[in-house]
Design a protein around this ligand. Structure first.
Ligand code: SF4
Ligand code: SF4
Length: 139
């Protein structure tokens, strides 16, 4: 059973917070030279073959303060950070970008459903776990 979610409406504080996060993210990438060293190693790019899901794609968009849901594709594996000649904190930027998306009410529907399910039933899948909490760990 999947529990119905209510779309969060961003408050004024949320919008200010999201703006601050975007400033921080743009700062992380202000020295990015778009060399692409991070792109070739990115496992998500290797599968999806789209610039916007690669580490360099995130760097280009976030340096212009553009938020793309492709940020949720990142596995936060940090392989890109190992290759970056400038030692940029790419994963910190991705995390902050995701947070800004959620604060703006543009998070993933699947994540919202999961959070609502956990709050209501204690189970990300929306089933009441009752006296058998180990059922939560399905993998
Ligand atoms: S490796 Fe570093 S400098 Fe090069 S594109 Fe990626 S984030 Fe930018
Ligand atoms: S941390 Fe994200 S962007 Fe960087 S290599 Fe891994 S999946 Fe790609």
């Amino acid at each position: 059973m999947v529990t119905k979610t209510t779309k969060p409406i961003p408050s004024k504080t949320d919008k200010i917070e999201a703006g601050n996060l975007m400033e921080e993210v743009a700062e992380i990438f202000e020295n990015c030279i778009q060399c692409g060293m991070c792109k070739s190693i990115c496992p998500v790019f290797k599968i999806l073959k789209e610039e916007r899901v690669s580490a360099r794609g995130h760097a280009i968009l976030l340096s212009k303060k553009i938020l793309d849901k492709a940020l949720f594709e990142c596995t936060l594996c940090k392989a890109c950070e190992q290759k970056c000649p400038l030692d940029l904190k790419i994963c910190d930027a991705v995390r902050k970008g995701r947070e800004a998306l959620v604060l703006k009410g543009k998070g993933l529907k699947s994540n919202e459903e999961m959070i609502t399910n956990i709050r209501k039933t204690g189970n990300p899948f929306g089933k009441n776990i009752g006296d058998n909490p180990e059922k939560l760990y399905c993998c």
